[in-house]
Design a protein around this ligand. Structure first.
Ligand SMILES: [Zn+2]
Length: 453
């Protein structure tokens, strides 16, 4: 179902639903929030929080024992003292009390699915309002790059744009309703990438949306063909953005990267500003960072979020497996939105070295220093102190490249870890078309990630 006509219908409908006057008016309101100071933002948060908690108590039996008799000013305290931290497992274990109407979705509520990198996927009911607002939040981020409706943009994500069997251009679809060039990331191959680069060059869009992995693959091909695109802003989202990806994307594809952090559960949203800082959007949700015991911390911890806008299924103090830390101080961009360190990835995707400590993905990138002729890579933990480095090589890849890679790991990353290099013709994406560069496949680790801490 990827014919031209299907695409036309799909994008006309999408434009009608999402890019209407309602969204425009939401966007204008959201843009005004950027001018508020911390105190005004605190008050706004208290009002939203009060509304969400009242809805949760009224609609979800899980919270029916909590008294709704508290004021806007008391909402934050009530949240911290009376509402427990919940996780995906809590939702899966309590469908009758944590889902509205005992788990029976109403026809007008949309169902969002988590991509489920590990374990069971999760369904979240979403209100129409939250769907429209989500779009407005994304668009507000684009305005940070000077983008306005009507400007062209390119999109290189997981969308099935044209059939996989297609061997001749176009490997894209021009969505005239949004001036959007949708590129097929499945056609980022030696045979077809040239046509994609040519098309991007002729459009020269002011912004491009991509996954870090798809932007990185495109940049890899640009480097191979000694070409360069200079897209002013590349918006990345949906996967962790690793330093080696950032470096090559900036060298070959875009002048600036604007990363975005969000998730299907919609309990936190952070956007990178013109000055490179990741800002939590305080009008999107209420975000906490907690340690293993669920206590709020200024150190690294898990992201916990409470929805403001999805009253169809109010998620309260929902803990994600993403880890980050608050960053104190003020940003030069002038916004009072709080800052966080970049989110380096999910706990279940972290791998450990020979001393059983987690190895940062930034350190892991040293393994690839000076190693050439790799189209795609993945580092997997397959046992205690045992890693498998999977590579999709270009034809020029040699034993010398392979030895250099293993040498790098033992000299720059971990001297005692057992490394096996596996050459493959392709590395699979997840069902959502995303790619996980670091994976942990040891059963013990996955089980620990699944159980609440
Ligand atoms: Zn900023």
């Amino acid at each position: 179902m990827t014919s031209q006509l299907t695409n036309e219908l799909r994008f006309a409908t999408r434009a009608l639903l999402r890019d209407n006057w309602l969204c425009q008016s939401s966007l204008r309101k959201l843009r005004r929030n950027e001018q508020l100071d911390s105190e005004q933002l605190d008050r706004m948060q208290a009002r939203y929080l009060h509304k969400t908690l009242q809805t949760a108590i009224a609609r979800l039996p899980f919270y029916s024992h909590i008294s709704p008799a508290f004021s806007v000013d008391e909402a934050r305290d009530v949240l911290h003292t009376l509402f427990p931290i919940i996780t995906k497992e809590t939702l899966l274990a309590n469908p009758a009390t944590l889902y509205p109407h005992g788990g029976a979705r109403r026809p007008w509520e949309a169902a969002g699915k988590t991509s489920g990198t590990t374990g069971t996927p999760l369904v979240i009911y979403r209100s129409i309002e939250s769907l429209l607002l989500e779009n407005a939040f994304v668009k507000r981020h684009w305005t940070w790059a000077g983008y306005e409706d009507g400007m062209p943009r390119a999109t290189l994500r997981g969308d099935m744009v044209v059939g996989l069997e297609r061997k001749e251009p176009p490997f894209w679809f021009w969505n005239r309703y949004n001036q959007q060039l949708l590129l097929s990331s499945r056609h980022l191959t030696s045979a077809h990438v040239g046509a994609i680069i040519d098309r991007l060059e002729s459009l020269s869009p002011p912004i491009m949306q991509a996954y870090p992995s798809t932007a990185f693959t495109l940049a890899t091909y640009l480097a191979r063909s000694k070409r360069q695109l200079r897209i002013p802003h590349v918006f990345t989202a949906s996967e962790p953005l690793y330093p080696h990806q950032r470096e090559l994307i900036l060298e070959r594809l875009g002048l600036r990267i604007m990363d975005m952090y969000g998730m299907a559960e919609r309990v936190a949203f952070a956007t990178q500003c013109e000055h490179g800082e990741m800002h939590i959007n305080p009008d999107y949700s209420y975000v906490e960072i907690v340690d293993e015991q669920g206590r709020r911390t200024d150190d690294y911890g898990y992201v916990v979020g409470t929805t403001f806008h999805n009253q169809a299924m109010p998620l309260v103090r929902y803990r994600l497996s993403d880890r980050t830390r608050w960053k104190p101080g003020r940003c030069a961009c002038g916004r009072s939105f709080p800052m966080i360190e970049s989110v380096t990835g999910k706990y279940e995707d972290s791998i450990t070295g020979s001393n059983a400590a987690v190895v940062s993905p930034s350190v892991l990138t040293f393994a690839f220093k000076g190693v050439e002729h790799i189209r795609r890579s993945q580092v997997a933990q397959v046992g205690p102190a045992r890693w498998e480095v999977r590579l999709v090589p270009f034809p020029e890849f040699s034993a010398a490249d392979q030895n250099k890679l293993v040498d790098n790991i033992h000299t720059l990353v971990d001297p005692h870890v057992d490394v096996k290099v596996v050459l493959a013709t392709e590395l699979p994406d997840t069902a959502a078309g995303k790619f996980r560069w670091v994976v942990n496949e040891t059963a013990q680790h996955t089980a620990a990630a699944e159980s609440p801490h």
